[in-house]
Design a protein. Structure first.
Length: 507
């Protein structure tokens, strides 16, 4: 994966700065609460939502287990349909392939469908270095591009901007990219959308090359699928003479029938719609309709390394719905930029460190960017147990161990600054494995509880900077259970007649 955003600090530092921005927090709170409430209503319309969720999980897991077979099947089908398939091991190779394909057309500009994969590899920047200008056509991506900004959400990249900020960006920047913003532009959604539509229309009609990603690829037929809400994707996929699609290898599904599940769960989880306004599919090329030339760039970029991790590989199930971001209390307060990746929020906290490796401070900090509340797992339409993967990656940060990087198994050393954490976890494991020691420790903690500090000293000081230590109860659960026979007798038990231990009957 391409590097983190230039100059990006570790998550705690970036988040500390973000939470001080009141405008940012207000924008995020309003947007995420609106989306999550709409999603909750849309999901309850389906009586079989739990079954669909389980089906999506099983389809993805089956595909990942047999990824080599289905990728070969996909390539054969795409070639039969008139397309050309390219394999890219990393971001640099993918960028070279796309740049060369555009240069071979003789064009110096492309129109783009919203694509996480092309953001992941930094394609726009690579094309710009080669003298090729890429125009984002999704409204939110256009806002980010014109504002010289970075995306902060998977589904709504400009979620951190309000309408007043968007109007100012349009008035200042549109003229440098093409048609200027209308005079007297207001900040109503209708006027802002119309300004974007007029600005982009000339690019749709002029562009000879389109670049896209895909939500799904069907191995059975070589078909690619894009779901979107604005219609800009349909324009980019049908009007240009050449179409280049950059897609992560995990986006594959075996058959058309498998799409049935995801075409129900993805719209409801992302935009809270029963179905997307635009669902575009294309299979190779046709002489009578659409682009005359089609190239599919299959992107690895750390995905096979992630696949080698039995716990972490479930992150590759992700269908980029962004539901986990909208319920995450950490994302709501810190925003997407703090994650230093095009994949923010809970899914970014487990996906980015696996795709990029954990050599940087920010990737070492991302597994800790969570309260482990589990809300992300509850809403995930493919049942990715994000808290499980977060704990798994925290162990890797603190303990080191064997990982696969660039196809080779290597041993990584523990990250710096985690010695106290390692010592605490090892002490806890030793105590939990010895019931007598654990019982003695609990009793000592209870009897000395009046002497306990409100904040942790030494290495625990950072943890306690925003937390008070919980009070130790006067009696441990183990002792209470033994004294009251599990609550069946004695003080506080079910009989509880006179408060005397062991007297009275269960009634």
């Amino acid at each position: 994966m391409s590097g983190t955003f230039v100059g990006m600090p570790a998550f705690p530092e970036a988040a500390h700065e973000a939470v001080a921005d009141r405008t940012l927090r207000a924008n995020l709170r309003h947007a995420t609460h609106t989306i999550r409430d709409k999603r909750a209503r849309a999901v309850t319309e389906l009586d079989d939502w739990a079954e669909l969720r389980e089906a999506g999980k099983r389809i993805k897991d089956h595909t990942l287990r047999h990824l080599d077979t289905y990728l070969v099947r996909l390539e054969e089908a795409v070639v039969r349909a008139g397309g050309t398939v390219h394999w890219a091991v990393d971001a640099d190779e993918a960028n070279r392939i796309v740049t060369r394909l555009v240069q071979e057309t003789g064009e110096r500009e492309v129109v783009k469908v919203k694509s996480m994969a092309t953001q992941e590899i930094g394609l726009n920047e690579a094309l710009e270095e080669a003298g090729i200008r890429a125009y984002e056509t999704d409204l939110a991506e256009l806002i980010v591009q014109l504002g010289k900004d970075r995306p902060s959400h998977i589904l709504v990249p400009a979620i951190h901007r309000n309408r007043g900020e968007i109007r100012a960006i349009f008035e200042k920047e549109m003229a440098d990219w093409g048609r200027p913003a209308p005079e007297g532009l207001a900040d109503t959604p209708a006027e802002l959308a119309e300004a974007a539509r007029l600005h982009l229309r000339e690019k749709f009609l002029r562009a000879k090359v389109g670049v896209s990603g895909a939500n799904f690829m069907v191995a059975e037929t070589g078909t690619l699928v894009v779901l979107e809400s604005e219609g800009n994707g349909r324009m980019c996929l049908t009007l240009p003479e050449t179409l280049i699609s950059v897609v992560g290898i995990e986006k594959i599904v075996p058959t058309w029938r498998d799409l049935e599940v995801f075409l129900q769960t993805l719209p409801r989880s992302s935009t809270a719609e029963r179905m997307n306004p635009y669902t575009s599919t294309w299979t190779g090329t046709s002489d009578s309709d659409g682009p005359r030339t089609f190239h599919l760039v299959l992107l690895d970029n750390g995905r096979t390394d992630t696949l080698a991790d039995e716990v972490g590989r479930q992150a590759l199930r992700c269908i980029r719905c962004s539901a986990c971001l909208n319920v995450c209390p950490v994302y709501e307060r810190a925003g997407g930029h703090a994650y230093g990746s095009v994949y923010p929020g809970p899914i970014g906290a487990i996906l980015s460190p696996q795709l990029r490796g954990m050599g940087s401070e920010i990737d070492q900090s991302l597994p800790y960017a969570s309260s482990l509340c589990g809300a992300c797992y509850e809403v995930c339409p493919v049942a990715i147990d994000i808290p499980e993967v977060l704990v798994h990656l925290r162990e890797r940060v603190a303990e080191g161990g064997e990982v696969v990087r660039n196809g080779a198994r290597i041993t990584v050393r523990p990250a710096k600054g985690h010695a106290a954490e390692r010592a605490a976890m090892r002490a806890a494991a030793w105590a939990f494995g010895r019931p007598g020691v654990l019982r003695t420790g609990q009793r000592l903690a209870s009897r000395s509880r009046r002497l306990h500090p409100r904040r942790l000293p030494g290495p625990g000081k950072a943890w306690g900077a925003s937390r008070d230590l919980p009070e130790v109860p006067a009696e441990s659960f183990r002792d209470w259970w033994q004294r009251t026979q599990g609550g069946l007798s004695g003080q506080g038990g079910l009989s509880g007649q006179d408060g005397e231990t062991g007297k009275g009957e269960v009634k």
